[in-house]
Design a protein around this ligand. Sequence first.
Ligand code: SAM
Ligand code: TMP
Length: 408
Amino acid sequence: MAPEPRCRICGDAVVEFLDFGTQPLSDAFRDPGDTAEEFTYRLAVGRCGTCGMVQLTEEVPREEMFHEEYPYLSRGSSVMREHFRSLAERFLTTELSGDDAFIVELGCNDGTMLKTVAEAGVRHLGVEPSGAVADLAAEEGVRVRKDFFEEATALDIVAAEGQADVIYAANTLCHIPYMSSILRGVTALLRPEGVFVFEDPYLGDIVERTSFDQIYDEHFFLFSASSVDEMARRHDLELVDVERLPVHGGEVRYTLARPGARKRGAAVEELLAEERGRGLGDLAVLERFAERVREVRDDLVALLTRLRAEGHRIVGYGATAKSATVTNFCGIGPDLVEFVCDTTPAKQHKLTPGSHIPVRPPEVFSDDYPPYALLFAWNHADEIMAKEQAFREAGGRWIRYVPDVHVV
Ligand code: SAM
Ligand code: TMP
């Protein structure tokens, strides 16, 4: 029997509420001729009864996910490019406006955010373990250390470069199970008045939208204001600000500081009160979410099966890491979805993990529009709908499954 899962924040028991079964790595796109057995793990989510943190019950070794061939690129979305540019501008006029300011970004990926900081001539360092994407950041003039951030990395940076005014992480902190080491590292690296800012998918939005595909190997934690508040306190930090973000299907940007270093903003109490009001941390609420997830799965499979039986072609749009959970949980393969189009060079001409649906460049989609496109990259819907108007004009329809299964 597998050992009882223990919370990666406080060490107490984690109570499972949703099981997706055996899953492949969400970013392990596969060469068509490859017959090697795929790495699999059991994807299930639970909630710690003591500190309330929602987290996966099984951990995938980090080197399996973040390595030379890790394919995700921050620059793949124009909305995200603008999001990071405007945040960098904000940092430059606030936290980084002093003499010899210094910012460290964890998971800087291809340098999309730090590029603006580098161009302004401000001292910065990206910490990025995935080799190929780190090289892209360096090509943008960003200083990168190819490494996993953890306590030892932080101590090394402090010794070589001193403490930072800002430590920033987007869509990265929730990927890291070894949180005690991370937060000890943050505490060592942060200047006394500095801020640790991170943004990740928000549990509140995931539950409200039934966006179960936010749950996969790389998303180890599903943060909420209350669980981050508790996590910060246990590591001698304080949650001083929260900001809801529309990107990636609903995120929260959290700001942590040393206790007393910053005034706590009113937004923190407001979001904590909202979460209490809706019972976001209650197991019963999470169990109802799990029931809705199973309903969405059944509805989606029924719709795709009917459309295929009627002879319609269906193509997937966006070979997201998220869609690994959808295709493998629902049993969606090339019999239902002909191919998935995606702009990421490292994903094209490969097969989706586990479900083995071919990935094609976007031109293959526009060269011969199918009647139906299954929008896996639903978190970029506005951007995609705007640029794919010709698909609609040709009579094409989008299949969506967030917050429920519908055709538009
Ligand atoms: N920050 C970018 C963004 O929001 O578009 C990239 C997010 S990507 C989903 C997650 C990144 O975190 C990957 O580039 C991965 O290599 C990196 N990563 C994973 N573990 C890390 C760690 N311990 N320290 C620093 N980066 C890490
Ligand atoms: P993400 O949801 O993790 O950001 O991944 C989005 C994926 O969708 C990524 O592989 C790039 C792809 N994509 C497209 O193919 N076309 C687009 O217009 C956008 C915005 C993303």
